[in-house]
Design a protein around this ligand. Structure first.
Ligand code: SF4
Length: 223
């Protein structure tokens, strides 16, 4: 599906306007370095952001850079992150750090192919590092961001949509290439605060072009 330029522009501007006053001030959104972004995105995988905040702060104070993370004792790292569960993720993070030190001299890769070869780095995490750390105009596809696009443009969303090439291209056409980081943060936060999975807040939603809203216009109630 191709979104007409005018509609994509309207979507983009409305979302960015909303983001001006509504972005959440997470610690990993400040002082962004490739290392901090990478570590945050790994911790955020399948874990609520509020739960990640203290883990992220503890990890950063113990391991302020990739070299200290690679050198950290694995048992100590498991203890530090045990409240996040998923022991396998901690082990992958440790292997990833060692690989970055051994193969890249400690520099976090910038290319998607290189990032995705690192243990524990999915396409979403690679795209997030490219966008938030290096400023590349990379769309972020997860269940929340594809749900927004699906509702607005009346596209059937399946579990596989976030891995779909067509969906990626559609999301790319919506992205603000001048401010891809702000656009992606706005998408993430909009999916959390307004266009929620259950009970989206369509009455206050600034996306007037939304198909879902038109379809259910008669049934929407103010909260
Ligand atoms: S109108 Fe409702 S469904 Fe559409 S984007 Fe806004 S909150 Fe989501």
């Amino acid at each position: 599906m191709v979104i007409p330029h005018r509609i994509a522009e309207e979507f983009r501007q409305n979302l960015l306007n909303w983001g001006r006053n509504n972005l959440i001030n997470y610690p990993w959104r400040k002082n962004r370095t490739p290392y901090r972004v990478l570590v945050a995105e790994i911790l955020l995988h399948r874990t609520r952001a509020e739960q990640v905040v203290p883990l992220y702060n503890s990890l950063l104070s113990k391991c302020p850079n990739i070299f200290s993370l690679a050198a950290m004792d694995i048992e100590e790292l498991r203890r530090l992150l045990r409240s996040a569960g998923l022991r396998w993720r901690v082990d992958l993070m440790h292997r990833m750090a060692r690989m970055i030190v051994d193969e890249y001299g400690g520099r976090i890769p910038e290319r998607k192919e290189d990032l995705m070869e690192l243990p524990g780095v999915s396409e979403y995490i690679a795209s997030a590092v490219m966008c938030f750390a290096y400023g590349h105009p990379e769309p972020l596809l997860d269940t929340n961001t594809v749900r927004i696009a699906g509702r607005v443009f009346d596209i059937e969303i399946k579990d596989s949509s976030r891995r779909s090439k067509k969906m990626r291209e559609l999301m790319r056409s919506l992205l603000d290439i001048e401010k891809p980081d702000i656009f992606n943060y706005a998408m993430i936060d909009f999916g959390k605060k307004v266009c929620r999975k259950r009970d989206p807040d369509c009455i206050i939603c600034p996306l007037q072009i939304c198909s879902y809203r038109r379809r259910f216009a008669g049934t929407l109630v103010k909260k």
